[in-house]
Design a protein around this ligand. Structure first.
Ligand code: ZN
Length: 282
């Protein structure tokens, strides 16, 4: 494992000693039985006690396990694989910022382990999500991978220490990403494309608005590649439709009759579309 973690309190490097991460100033962070570590300070906290969140994460896990986003996951892997191969990385530190339940993280780690000596760090604010990550990690016997409860605004990594940072869909100020990525390192930002989930939206709304394109320029980074990946998926049953719906922002703000219509369907075709923006730190 590459030693890139730092103490969230004093910013000194963290060393693993038995079942604890410790810094030189004796701040220590216990590694949970499941293998993850909590590096979230009390003042960076948010409450993660609600049963709701657990239900959301179960829905995400159920949906992702259906394999309907497998082509999207392949696409992320493809981009990362090219970076590793074209730049001849012998070692590779990878941070998945906002890793959720680890569906992408664990797979990418496993696949890239075949071509480079990869150290993977998955960070998420949600303890329930990190718990899932660690369960999957254990099931698949993945080494050189650590899951961290942490805040994306205060990443627990040293300055200029990360080769590749992935952020899929998390809305965030990227200043902190710029700090942790190495000079010449990479940042892959994945945003919903214009027609992402068009079919799902059409089942809810009378008038569907397409997603707006974001501003791509990011201070300190150079955009080196931009690509849109679009495909169609078919959801085969009510469970899949509901679980995908629960992963979207529309779950929180849709009209009741639209939702009823959506949830009455037995199957649904929808476009999915993602913008891949690959940046290099100057
Ligand atoms: Zn410390």
């Amino acid at each position: 494992m590459e030693k890139i973690l730092y103490c969230p309190l004093c910013h000194q490097g963290l060393e693993k000693v038995d079942n604890t991460y410790k810094c030189i100033n004796k701040h220590s962070y216990d590694i949970a039985k499941k293998g993850f570590v909590n590096l979230l300070l009390a003042n960076q906290h948010h409450s993660d006690k609600s049963g709701d969140e657990k239900i959301m994460i179960e829905a995400r896990t159920f949906f992702l396990d259906s394999g309907k986003y497998a082509s999207f996951r392949e696409k992320i892997l493809e981009v990362m694989k090219s970076v590793v191969e074209e730049n001849g990385y012998k070692t590779f530190s990878f941070v998945d910022a906002g890793c959720g339940e680890g569906y992408y993280t664990n797979y990418i780690h496993k696949e890239l382990s075949k071509i480079t000596n990869i150290s993977t760090f998955g960070v998420d604010l949600s303890k329930s999500a990190i718990n899932y990550c660690a369960i999957r990690q254990r099931q698949e016997h993945l080494e050189n991978e650590l899951f961290i409860i942490g805040n994306l605004m205060y990443l627990p990594f040293k300055d200029n220490s990360v080769d590749f940072l992935l952020n899929s869909f998390a809305k965030i100020d990227e200043t902190e990403f710029l700090r942790v990525v190495k000079k010449g390192g990479w940042y892959l930002r994945v945003l919903p494309g214009k027609t992402h989930l068009k079919g799902l939206k059409e089942a809810i709304y009378d008038n569907v608005r397409l997603n707006e394109e974001k501003e791509y320029a990011l201070e300190g980074f150079t955009l080196v590649n931009e690509e849109t990946f679009t495909t169609n998926i078919t959801l085969d049953n009510k469970e899949q439709i509901k679980s995908l719906f629960m992963m979207t922002p529309y779950f929180y703000k849709s009209p009741k009759n639209g939702v009823e219509h959506l949830l009455s369907l037995d199957n649904l075709d929808t476009e999915i579309s993602f913008n891949f923006l690959l940046y290099k730190k100057a």
